[in-house]
Design a protein around this ligand. Sequence first.
Ligand code: IPM
Ligand code: MG
Length: 424
Amino acid sequence: MSKNSSSYWATDNLSLRFRQKTTMSNKLVEQAKEKFGIIIEEQLARVEEMKKSVEPVDYSTIAPIVIGVCFGDGIGEVISRHARHVLEHMLKDGIKKGKIRFKDIPGLTIENRVKHKKAIPDDVLAELKTCHVILKGPTTTPQAGDKWPNIESANVAMRRALDLFANVRPVKIPREGIDWCFFRENTEGAYVLGSKGINVSEDLSVDFTVTTEQGSERIIRMAFEYAHKNHIDRVTAVTKSNVVKTTDGRFSQVAFRIAKEYPKIKLDEWYMDIMTAKLIDPARRKDFKVIVLPNLYGDILTDEAAQLQGGVGTAGSANIGRRWAMFEAIHGSAPRMVQEGRAPYADPCSMIRASAMLLRHIGYAERAENVEMALEMCGQFEKKMIITGRDTGVTGEEYTDYILSWVDHPQLKSRWESEVHRLK
Ligand code: IPM
Ligand code: MG
């Protein structure tokens, strides 16, 4: 072959390869655009839904209030039974009078979810929708490398399916004067399309984060309303709007817009990185009171806060929407504890704290306060029993009985008040 003809073929091959490559990448771009288009349409439809006004639920007019209980799996199964037991105790008059009804909803186990290949099987979701409020035990979230197929987290799916936009997570450390209430946005940010990211090619993956005016406004307004009702003069917004300029930028702008409606409340914005540092700065941390933040930052910061309170096993959370509300622990199902035979020693306090939030939400504020004071008497002050998550401490059942021994104790309030006073 002459030199010329060889270079002729080489050029031709190259241009063919180039043409093929361009066609291929055009195809990938078109496919990605199509998927992106669907995502945008869905999000615009969600915005329209949020714009519709819905009457807030007035639990005082509902009888019976149906409390759905999903036990979850792993330690969830064990600790939600303890929490249900406490709830039943606190509501026994309401149950007798027909004002309260419990509805156990099985089927939110990892085995059943895998069987139906759904984060929440359809029949379970339909049952959940027949309830007014839900107590949900921790559920296993499959992760890469474990034995489960990669179905979505049941928590995330439930928050989205029931539009539970506010994740309210209180953390208190009385001996340090810390009383934080986190308002984590629960239906947007990095979570809303968490399982809808696009693998554009073998080399390129893209995830999405979403912030809407309405979604930001409703959580920020809730935080300000909470501050206003509790005579708190400061709300802190946590973002990374110096870098994530568009979505976090919007969240921040909405916060400053809403703040104008509450002239007695000062809004300050902190970036997520420095905020994680300030939470462990004793000189600064007790000054934070109400903290409002996008979904992923809220997930991270509330684990840190709960750890300072005594561990993620001590914190409960309320997921509040316009029609439904769901109450849960802030931690997962701890499969390792179950494998190691430690499930009976799991700390039920997170779920009992979530139950107290449920009581307050449906109008039983005094009963809720008793559970909260009892939790503090047992966990922070009297400490007659210790729960360690292993056989070096008492079982969850024994600890629940310890809490129950305080909830209706005639000296609960006076003892609790004098303990708190002693700290000041
Ligand atoms: C939480 C949990 C969940 C979340 C997990 C289990 C998906 O960490 O409730 O904070 O990330 O929201
Ligand atoms: Mg979390």
